[in-house]
Write a protein that binds this ligand. Structure first.
Ligand code: GLC
Length: 557
């Protein structure tokens, strides 16, 4: 089927556009660099709108592009209502919104409400103000312990390692759940509420269609004395929610406030929660009176295995229905090892092993089988795109880009690497700039190098190389996305009986997805072949011979 022909669809005012949307994440510093400073920018993204449109996605999620010292890849925001001058200007942002909308694409931007950067004007004011002042109360300051107040108020460990408290030199410490450059806001303070409502209004007024909410589960905290120890925090069963500093019920009061604002727009602005909480708690963020949708990260940790996929799919469809939302599917993002590499590693037998593969923690010697990683990636993506719900893609996965594992320590940027120290290689390997051309400076990313090193073989993964190869993964994404658009009708899914290691489900209108997760060929009932992740053949009596690690979409009547 020829699927490269894309019809222009200006976004409509359909309030449900997000339910089945395919959203493509752009990590702006690593997408396309128009001004040749080695850092991707808004002008670079604008120049690639035709590429995005041809891909066949519905929306872009733009990771932080705000002024930042880049202590955490831009998740340390200096000013929530401006653009980093290295990335562009507000005028260019407006131009991007127009260009995307004219191409029929929506735009979701990242909001980081748990912490600002330590360069934010309100944090600078807090530092310049005395202990106990109202300015300090917008963040979380506490007195140090010990005779000279040199000990942190608790033994809490920050997400990137080290103490979660930083001294400020006058006997007080401030809380940072992530890097020391990321002080946590005090959400018990009305100024913080006002600050974020203003930010959400600012971007909504500029035509932004929605928001991705960073660590949505951390905002509210019970900081009444005595504060718990780290061991006490860890002992709290997470599926119960309401930890002292995590996933508290009252966080949804904030989102209800935001929802009121979102609903003042036509169509209402949408929001998706990043909340690494157990599935039963995650759905609370997806309720219509909270953020409306939540990332489901279960597949990031799953092996390429029929039973694991089936269990995750069934559970999440049920939970989303219960919440009145649609579920989301994610295989990669800017925080985890790219799935072309994850799927190229041996399967992980236990949870600890699984986490090592997912983050490549300390275990950099694992041998990759890249053809296998690519085969499984092609099959898994087709499965995801056949599911009801919204799929989030990460830039470069449509090229089958692997994780870049051999970045020299002095070229690494991620605070995880420096604060672990070195035990966790960090997330730079999935943030290496995109190769657009086979050759040339930074493989077409920009005219003057790239801020993270691209390996020599990156040219073979480039858009140019993929365009020229009819069976490339890029062409598969384009075909699958175009077909999905035609075939999707309704959110129902029914499971069909299938042999071991095979998942088979039907969508309304006779659209059937068959995925063989095993390595051996299987025979299943056939139908009209619409698309396949690898070549498949028809066997006897209309049966379909499906090779291992392959997905096929059929029309069955
Ligand atoms: C989220 C982001 C991650 C960032 C962290 C702190 O998990 O996805 O990149 O480091 O929040 O803001």
């Amino acid at each position: 089927m020829q699927t490269d022909d894309v019809t222009s669809t200006q976004p409509t005012s359909d309030p449900n556009w997000w339910r089945q949307a395919v959203v493509y994440q752009i990590y702006p510093r690593s997408f396309a660099d128009a001004n040749g400073d080695g850092i991707g920018d808004l002008a670079g993204i604008i120049s690639r709108v035709p590429y995005l449109r041809q891909l066949g996605i519905d929306a872009i999620w733009l990771s932080p592009f705000y002024p930042s010292a880049l202590a955490d890849g831009g998740y340390d925001v200096d000013d929530y209502r401006d653009v980093d001058p290295r990335i562009g200007t507000l005028a260019e942002f407006d131009h991007l919104v127009t260009a995307l909308h004219e191409a029929g694409l929506r735009l979701i931007v990242d909001i980081v409400p748990n912490h600002s950067s330590n360069r934010h004007v309100l944090f600078q004011e807090a530092l310049a103000s005395p202990k106990g002042s109202p300015a300090r109360d917008r963040y979380i300051f506490r007195d140090g312990l010990g005779p000279d107040q040199s000990e942190p108020p608790t033994d809490w460990v920050a997400a990137f390692g080290g103490s979660a408290w930083e001294p400020v030199g006058d006997g007080q410490f401030y809380l940072h759940m992530f890097a020391p450059e990321q002080p946590d806001w005090n959400w018990a303070h009305p100024d913080v509420h006002a600050e974020f409502l203003e930010t959400l209004r600012f971007w909504s007024d500029r035509g932004v269609d929605g928001f991705r909410i960073d660590v949505a589960n951390f905002l509210t905290k019970d900081l009444s004395e005595p504060l718990p120890t780290q061991a006490e925090l860890d002992a709290h069963p997470r599926h119960l929610g309401n930890g002292r500093i995590d996933d508290r019920d009252e966080v949804h009061e904030i989102y209800a406030e935001w929802r009121e604002l979102f609903n003042q727009y036509d169509p209402p602005r949408v929001a998706v929660a990043e909340a690494w909480t157990p599935a039963n708690r995650r759905v609370r963020y997806a309720r219509p009176d909270s953020l409306g949708q939540a990332f489901n990260f279960d597949l990031l940790r799953a092996n390429f295995d029929a039973d694991e996929f089936r269990q995750i799919i069934a559970e999440n469809l049920a939970l989303a229905a219960e919440a009145g939302s649609s579920t989301t599917w994610v295989l990669s993002n800017h925080d985890v090892v790219r799935h072309a590499t994850r799927y190229a590693l041996p399967d992980a037998p236990d949870t600890q092993d699984r986490d090592r593969r997912w983050l490549l923690q300390g275990d950099v010697d694992l041998v990759e089988d890249r053809p296998r990683g690519l085969r499984r990636s092609r099959a898994a993506t087709m499965t995801l795109l056949a599911l009801p719900g919204s799929t989030y893609l990460y830039q470069g996965e449509e090229l089958g880009l692997p994780e870049v594992r051999d970045i020299a320590p002095d070229q690494r940027q991620d605070p995880t690497f420096f604060r672990s120290p070195g035990v966790d290689v960090g997330r730079d390997g999935c943030r290496v700039p995109i190769p657009w051309t086979r050759e040339g400076s930074s493989f077409g990313f920009g005219s003057n190098g790239a801020h993270l090193p691209q390996p020599p073989e990156f040219g073979q993964y480039s858009v140019e190389a993929a365009e020229a190869k009819p069976d490339s993964i890029l062409h598969l994404y384009r075909s699958a996305l175009a077909l999905r658009r035609q075939l999707e009708s309704g959110e129902e899914l029914s499971w069909l009986e299938a042999p071991a290691h095979v998942l088979m489900f039907a969508r309304p209108g006779g659209w059937v997805n068959v995925t063989n997760f095993g390595v051996d060929e299987v025979e299943v009932d056939g139908g009209e072949i619409l698309l396949a992740s690898q070549p498949v053949t028809l066997g006897e009596a209309g049966k379909l011979r499906l090779p291992g690690e392959t997905t096929v979409w059929l029309r069955c009547r």
